[in-house]
Design a protein around this ligand. Structure first.
Ligand SMILES: CC(C)(COP(=O)(O)OP(=O)(O)OC[C@H]1O[C@@H](n2cnc3c(N)ncnc32)[C@H](O)[C@@H]1OP(=O)(O)O)[C@@H](O)C(=O)NCCC(=O)NCCS
Length: 169
């Protein structure tokens, strides 16, 4: 087995699981002192890319980010924790889930802030799409995410198709 065979072996979800933490600084916030939505979106994209890189061991580009809700306000000095992993691999694309919490270490509180699904496409240096190794869900939770990711892909594809049709009008 050479290196290229090894790179294509299926990998468990846990190999892609990644954690990222950010302390919210004044420059990350709006005039009310709460975290800018755009800054959180940037961190979600980076956290998702970590998992995508770990699974694919290639360059990746973000193809889409699904709907995002911001469920809880995040303030200056809070600690934002982002956890990501690959939910499912298709051919050249993979869905990554990112879950975000906010911790306040003074008040000793932790709240769920947001959950996001991102699709990344693996590419080489010239932008050519690359086939990906499969991902192996091991726990019940990972199997549930795997199944749900298949349904979300169908929704994304039909939405993309609908938008393309509307652009042609
Ligand atoms: C995303 C991108 C690679 C798709 O390429 P494309 O040639 O238009 O798309 P294709 O129809 O060949 O699809 C390639 C894969 O991407 C998936 N894909 C394409 N558009 C998608 C979208 N909007 N949402 C989710 N998946 C998408 C396809 O389902 C396919 O997956 P599969 O191979 O696993 O079946 C291309 O549009 C691109 O490079 N976009 C810019 C990416 C970028 O700059 N991101 C931000 C900075 S990182």
């Amino acid at each position: 087995m050479d290196d290229s065979d090894h790179a294509f072996l299926p990998r468990p979800v846990r190999d892609s699981q990644s954690d990222m933490a950010e302390i919210v600084l004044p420059n990350d916030t709006n005039p009310l002192g709460t975290l800018l939505g755009g800054r959180l979106m940037h961190w979600i994209d980076l956290a998702g890319a970590l998992a995508a890189h770990r699974h694919s061991r290639h360059y990746v580009v973000t193809a889409s980010i699904d709907h995002l809700d911001f469920l809880f306000p995040v303030r200056v000095g809070d600690l934002v924790i982002l956890r990501s992993s690959v939910n499912r691999v298709f051919h050249t694309s993979m869905e990554v889930g990112v879950k975000v919490w906010v911790e306040n270490y003074i008040a000793d509180t932790c709240h769920h802030v947001s959950s996001a699904y991102l699709t990344f496409v693996a590419v080489d240096r010239n932008g050519k799409h690359l086939s990906l190794p499969a991902v192996i869900p091991e726990s019940d939770e990972e199997r549930r995410r795997y199944e749900d990711a298949g349904r979300r892909r169908e929704i994304r594809r039909s939405e993309l198709e609908r938008r393309r049709r509307n652009q042609l009008r």
